[in-house]
Design a protein around this ligand. Structure first.
Ligand code: GUN
Length: 299
């Protein structure tokens, strides 16, 4: 009898702590030159989940030695007032990164707001000019969640060149930039989505399978090629046994039984997102000062 297969569990929590440590060390070097990277986070309204994210961002920013500027605005804030605040932050030399927490209240045009951020300070990588730079393989600021996934994949595999990567999900925040980053690392990339014909067969072609669809446990073990690396971007709240639990877009138990490596939920991709936000803020700060960008923290 052969021993039961056990996938390597990619520990995103530990990896994120390592990234924060690297950021912290570089921030200390900058401090010796009198430079303090600053991150401004703008929250409009009182969405409870957004409040938690924003608090965590602020705490971690301060922990690595950066300056944190929080702007909490009333849910009824006008577009003109929000644009005015972003103009001030664009002009403020103490602010190297600007993040406007999404989703915004319905009366605000998110695209207009995001595109009013100075692209050099757009640490979310959502500005249309950063999207275009990434798509053409030029130096840009890259969305934090896909950047975190790329870092974990590079750490696990070394070179990704020639691997078949399947990204399930086509969002602007994860799916599309993830596909661009994998292409940049010379993977053969397929973007699959809810309308893909025979999704299971497409997924089974993947050496690297990235699930970013936002549907609880929809990627099951029978869709995973034996030995594949599975990156689960999903964070879904489900009621089970009378309790609220967090699950990914991947059915963990069945996928882990065939995968070579897999990220858990929680404790996989999630913690990497804020770590990469800090990395992007450091990158933006270094570029603003004409200093070299630390290795390993960018795409
Ligand atoms: N809301 C949920 N995730 C994110 C993110 O990565 N960036 C911003 N700006 N808002 C979010």
């Amino acid at each position: 009898m052969t021993a039961p297969h056990a996938a390597t569990v990619i520990d995103g929590k530990a990896f994120a702590a390592r990234v924060r440590g690297q950021v912290q060390a570089h921030v200390a070097q900058l401090a010796a030159q009198g430079i303090v990277p600053g991150l401004a986070v703008v929250l409009v309204g009182e969405d409870p989940a957004s409040q938690v994210y924003v608090r965590n961002k602020g705490t971690q920013t301060v922990e690595v030695g950066m300056a944190s500027f929080e702007h909490k605005l009333d849910a009824a804030t006008s577009e003109a007032d929000l644009l005015d605040l972003i103009r001030q932050l664009n002009a403020d030399p103490a602010v190297h990164g600007i993040l406007v927490q999404l989703p915004l209240p319905g009366h605000l045009n998110s695209d207009l707001i995001i595109n009013s951020i100075d692209p050099a300070k757009d640490v979310d990588g959502f500005h249309i000019s950063n999207v275009g730079l990434l798509g053409t393989g030029q130096k840009s600021l890259v969305p934090c969640t896909p950047l975190g996934c790329l870092m974990m994949l590079r750490d696990h595999h070394g070179s990704l060149a020639g691997m078949n990567a399947v990204v399930v999900g086509r969002s602007n925040i994860v799916g599309k930039p993830m596909a661009q980053l994998l292409l940049g690392d010379s993977c053969t990339v397929t973007i699959a989505h809810s309308r893909t014909r025979d999704l299971a067969a497409v997924c089974r072609g993947a050496d690297i399978l990235v699930a970013a669809v936002g549907r609880a446990e929809m990627i099951t073990g029978d869709m995973v090629r034996p030995g594949a690396t599975v990156i689960d971007v999903g964070i879904n709240r489900v009621e089970r046994d009378g309790r609220t639990r967090l699950v990914g877009d991947v059915h963990y138990a069945s996928a882990a039984a065939v995968a070579g490596a897999i990220t858990p939920v929680p404790g996989g991709v999630g913690p990497m997102t804020i770590a990469c936000l800090l990395a992007n803020t450091l990158t933006a700060c270094c570029r603003a000062h004409g200093l070299p960008v630390p290795e390993g923290l960018t795409a």
